[in-house]
Design a protein around this ligand. Structure first.
Ligand SMILES: [Zn+2]
Length: 166
Protein backbone atom coordinates (compact mmCIF):
# COMPACT_ATOMS: atom_id res chain seq x y z
CA UNK A 1 0.00 0.00 0.00
CA UNK A 2 1.11 3.51 -0.77
CA UNK A 3 0.47 6.07 1.91
CA UNK A 4 -1.75 9.00 1.08
CA UNK A 5 0.59 11.85 0.42
CA UNK A 6 1.61 14.02 -2.47
CA UNK A 7 4.94 12.35 -3.16
CA UNK A 8 4.01 12.04 -6.83
CA UNK A 9 4.57 14.94 -9.13
CA UNK A 10 1.81 14.07 -11.57
CA UNK A 11 -1.05 11.66 -12.00
CA UNK A 12 -0.86 10.79 -15.70
CA UNK A 13 -3.81 10.16 -17.98
CA UNK A 14 -3.49 8.38 -21.31
CA UNK A 15 -2.92 11.65 -23.14
CA UNK A 16 0.11 12.41 -20.98
CA UNK A 17 1.66 9.13 -22.13
CA UNK A 18 0.88 9.87 -25.77
CA UNK A 19 2.52 13.26 -25.28
CA UNK A 20 5.61 11.54 -23.86
CA UNK A 21 5.38 13.31 -20.51
CA UNK A 22 6.73 10.50 -18.31
CA UNK A 23 9.86 10.48 -20.41
CA UNK A 24 10.33 14.26 -20.38
CA UNK A 25 9.27 15.32 -16.93
CA UNK A 26 11.41 14.82 -13.85
CA UNK A 27 9.95 13.44 -10.65
CA UNK A 28 7.95 10.36 -9.78
CA UNK A 29 4.59 9.88 -11.42
CA UNK A 30 1.58 7.66 -10.90
CA UNK A 31 -1.11 6.23 -13.10
CA UNK A 32 -3.80 3.56 -12.84
CA UNK A 33 -4.04 0.05 -14.31
CA UNK A 34 -6.90 1.19 -16.55
CA UNK A 35 -4.78 3.99 -18.05
CA UNK A 36 -1.82 1.65 -18.33
CA UNK A 37 -3.99 -0.83 -20.27
CA UNK A 38 -4.97 1.98 -22.63
CA UNK A 39 -1.42 3.06 -23.42
CA UNK A 40 0.53 -0.18 -23.41
CA UNK A 41 -0.43 -0.93 -27.00
CA UNK A 42 1.94 1.84 -28.09
CA UNK A 43 4.52 -0.77 -28.94
CA UNK A 44 7.39 1.53 -29.69
CA UNK A 45 7.27 3.07 -26.24
CA UNK A 46 6.16 0.02 -24.28
CA UNK A 47 9.75 -0.93 -23.48
CA UNK A 48 10.34 2.61 -22.32
CA UNK A 49 7.25 2.52 -20.09
CA UNK A 50 8.49 -0.76 -18.58
CA UNK A 51 11.83 0.87 -17.92
CA UNK A 52 10.10 3.71 -16.07
CA UNK A 53 8.30 1.14 -13.90
CA UNK A 54 11.55 -0.69 -13.21
CA UNK A 55 13.28 2.55 -12.29
CA UNK A 56 10.48 3.50 -9.88
CA UNK A 57 9.73 6.68 -11.83
CA UNK A 58 6.26 5.45 -12.64
CA UNK A 59 3.93 3.76 -10.17
CA UNK A 60 0.73 1.99 -11.16
CA UNK A 61 -1.79 2.32 -8.35
CA UNK A 62 -5.53 1.76 -8.35
CA UNK A 63 -7.72 4.27 -6.55
CA UNK A 64 -9.93 3.12 -3.70
CA UNK A 65 -13.67 2.66 -4.15
CA UNK A 66 -14.55 5.81 -2.28
CA UNK A 67 -12.43 7.98 -4.59
CA UNK A 68 -13.88 6.22 -7.65
CA UNK A 69 -17.35 7.01 -6.36
CA UNK A 70 -16.49 10.67 -5.77
CA UNK A 71 -14.94 11.02 -9.23
CA UNK A 72 -17.92 9.31 -10.86
CA UNK A 73 -20.51 11.48 -9.17
CA UNK A 74 -18.51 14.67 -9.84
CA UNK A 75 -18.45 13.68 -13.54
CA UNK A 76 -22.21 13.22 -13.50
CA UNK A 77 -22.65 16.60 -11.84
CA UNK A 78 -20.56 18.42 -14.43
CA UNK A 79 -22.25 16.52 -17.28
CA UNK A 80 -18.96 15.01 -18.46
CA UNK A 81 -19.66 11.41 -17.46
CA UNK A 82 -20.65 10.28 -20.98
CA UNK A 83 -17.42 11.66 -22.41
CA UNK A 84 -15.20 9.80 -19.97
CA UNK A 85 -13.85 6.27 -20.07
CA UNK A 86 -13.36 4.17 -16.93
CA UNK A 87 -9.65 4.95 -17.32
CA UNK A 88 -10.43 8.67 -17.21
CA UNK A 89 -12.55 8.27 -14.07
CA UNK A 90 -9.83 6.15 -12.46
CA UNK A 91 -7.08 8.72 -12.99
CA UNK A 92 -9.28 11.52 -11.63
CA UNK A 93 -9.98 9.32 -8.60
CA UNK A 94 -6.29 8.56 -8.10
CA UNK A 95 -5.30 12.24 -8.27
CA UNK A 96 -8.03 12.96 -5.72
CA UNK A 97 -6.95 10.15 -3.40
CA UNK A 98 -3.21 10.89 -3.51
CA UNK A 99 -3.63 14.68 -3.67
CA UNK A 100 -1.52 14.76 -6.78
CA UNK A 101 -1.58 17.24 -9.64
CA UNK A 102 -3.37 15.75 -12.64
CA UNK A 103 -1.74 16.12 -16.00
CA UNK A 104 -4.19 15.97 -18.87
CA UNK A 105 -5.20 17.68 -22.05
CA UNK A 106 -8.65 16.16 -22.09
CA UNK A 107 -11.13 18.96 -21.48
CA UNK A 108 -13.72 16.73 -19.80
CA UNK A 109 -11.11 15.21 -17.44
CA UNK A 110 -9.81 18.68 -16.54
CA UNK A 111 -13.35 19.91 -15.98
CA UNK A 112 -14.23 17.15 -13.51
CA UNK A 113 -10.87 17.49 -11.75
CA UNK A 114 -11.46 21.22 -11.31
CA UNK A 115 -14.88 20.49 -9.79
CA UNK A 116 -13.11 18.26 -7.23
CA UNK A 117 -10.49 20.98 -6.62
CA UNK A 118 -7.72 18.75 -7.97
CA UNK A 119 -4.86 20.84 -9.36
CA UNK A 120 -4.67 20.33 -13.13
CA UNK A 121 -1.89 21.07 -15.57
CA UNK A 122 -2.10 20.72 -19.30
CA UNK A 123 0.27 18.21 -20.83
CA UNK A 124 0.20 20.26 -24.04
CA UNK A 125 1.80 23.22 -22.28
CA UNK A 126 4.83 21.08 -21.39
CA UNK A 127 6.75 21.82 -24.54
CA UNK A 128 4.73 19.51 -26.75
CA UNK A 129 4.48 20.97 -30.24
CA UNK A 130 1.94 18.69 -31.85
CA UNK A 131 -1.73 19.26 -31.36
CA UNK A 132 -3.56 16.06 -30.55
CA UNK A 133 -7.25 15.52 -30.44
CA UNK A 134 -9.29 12.68 -29.02
CA UNK A 135 -11.33 10.81 -31.55
CA UNK A 136 -13.60 7.83 -31.09
CA UNK A 137 -13.14 5.06 -33.63
CA UNK A 138 -14.59 1.68 -34.46
CA UNK A 139 -12.05 -1.13 -34.29
CA UNK A 140 -14.13 -3.24 -36.69
CA UNK A 141 -14.67 -0.87 -39.62
CA UNK A 142 -12.21 1.88 -38.74
CA UNK A 143 -14.68 4.75 -39.01
CA UNK A 144 -13.94 7.79 -36.84
CA UNK A 145 -16.55 9.67 -34.87
CA UNK A 146 -16.72 12.71 -32.64
CA UNK A 147 -15.29 12.40 -29.11
CA UNK A 148 -18.76 12.05 -27.55
CA UNK A 149 -19.85 9.08 -29.70
CA UNK A 150 -20.17 5.71 -27.97
CA UNK A 151 -21.23 3.27 -30.68
CA UNK A 152 -20.40 2.85 -34.34
CA UNK A 153 -23.32 4.10 -36.43
CA UNK A 154 -22.48 1.49 -39.04
CA UNK A 155 -21.87 -1.73 -37.13
CA UNK A 156 -23.01 -0.85 -33.61
CA UNK A 157 -19.68 -1.72 -31.99
CA UNK A 158 -18.57 0.05 -28.85
CA UNK A 159 -16.09 2.72 -29.93
CA UNK A 160 -12.53 2.98 -28.76
CA UNK A 161 -10.75 6.26 -28.27
CA UNK A 162 -7.39 7.40 -29.44
CA UNK A 163 -5.41 10.52 -30.04
CA UNK A 164 -5.23 11.96 -33.48
CA UNK A 165 -2.37 14.26 -34.32
CA UNK A 166 -3.77 17.25 -36.15
ZN1 LIG B 1 -17.94 0.14 -37.33
Amino acid sequence: MVSQNSSFRYALDAGAFYAGIPFLSSGTHCTTNAVFEEVKHIKKSYGAIEALLDAGILHVIDPDKNSMKKAGSAAKNTGDYQKLSQADISIIALALQLETTLLTEDYAVANVAAALKIPVESSSSKGIKETRKWIAYCSACGRAFGPGAKECALCGNKLKRKYKIT
